[in-house]
Design a protein. Sequence first.
Lengths: 192, 192
Amino acid sequence: MARPKKFSRETVLDKAIPVFWRYGLAGANVQQLEAATGVNKSGLYSEFENKDDMFVEALRRYLETGPALRILSSRPLGLGNIEQFLSLAPAFSGDYAGCLSVNSTRDIALLPDAAVRLILDFNETRMAAIRKNVEAEFPQDQVDDVCNLIWTFFSGICIDANLKADVGAHRNRVQAFMRLLRGSASSGRAEA
Amino acid sequence: MARPKKFSRETVLDKAIPVFWRYGLAGANVQQLEAATGVNKSGLYSEFENKDDMFVEALRRYLETGPALRILSSRPLGLGNIEQFLSLAPAFSGDYAGCLSVNSTRDIALLPDAAVRLILDFNETRMAAIRKNVEAEFPQDQVDDVCNLIWTFFSGICIDANLKADVGAHRNRVQAFMRLLRGSASSGRAEA
DNA sequence: AGTATTCTGAACCGAATAGTTCAATACCCG
DNA sequence: CGGGTATTGAACTATTCGGTTCAGAATACT
């Protein structure tokens, strides 16, 4: 009957993600999005409202398909999951590293409301997932602090990844941080 | 003889800094810079080559006048300086928070070479200053790791500050991190 | 007042931008 | 083959952008 779709919304978004990742919403232009997705401007604008919409949908897909929540909810809960999260959630695949969501918090002043909401909402659910793992290993009165430390550390890793995507250095840093956390966990329980 | 200068290069840069800080190089436009500095476009372009140049000079001035190195080299060296650095270096003055340099590493793909060099160079000297303080309190084999932790934590703080500039939460996070560090320092020395 | 300098305002330019439109074509399937 | 949809290409608009130019106003000193 008819010609079938050559591209799916999802694959287009997957290819648009690295562009926004690297250049941000303001820094990315439609030509780059055409080149990266392999889809014509006409095609893009038939699938998305505008560049902002494209960005929001890319960010949504990024957050939905990313490994963070899956990693953080795997059993058993505990610092093992945190280590996995810190190791794997900031992607180090080929060209780009870090995290689109963390990068985007830097651009927060320029983002459409929908994107800001996505970021804030996901920050909450991600933090809740982190917390469940922390609660499994730390006394209650330390949980807040440890969660904040983990999140801050994660953000720092992601930003630094823009500068140099060095897998080895990344692993070392995560391990050093985990040693610190584990030391704190055991001494914390010893005190309790 | 002649009309004296109404604005100085330095005050203009000081007023331009928050604009780049908040919107980034790509996200800031000349109109915003005019409004923020109170200087006409003609005036700006008589003082600076172009927008890129304005950004580079703003970043340079930011790094030169910022408190980081001063804090980190005050005597005695040690974790006290680190705490001061983490507490004060990310500015929380009024509207804007975080750090222009950290924010700019997110935009690294769009920055002029001179800006990239500024960031990398200052990262090195800043890291060297951090290291001197760490060496005063940690056994040699832990120094690298601890330095990386501190820097990563700092970056994380700065990025998160774009989202919510909460002075109280900031202080709590720094203190929690310092507790962790101090615990590690004492146990590290005990082991040695 | 006269003069040298600073600064502004506004007009202007070319390039790049996001976004629209539509005719032409590629494609699949019955 | 032919009908119908997916996609492209290109032309086009409108806006914004960075950047230039320059005449004239503001200012301070002699």
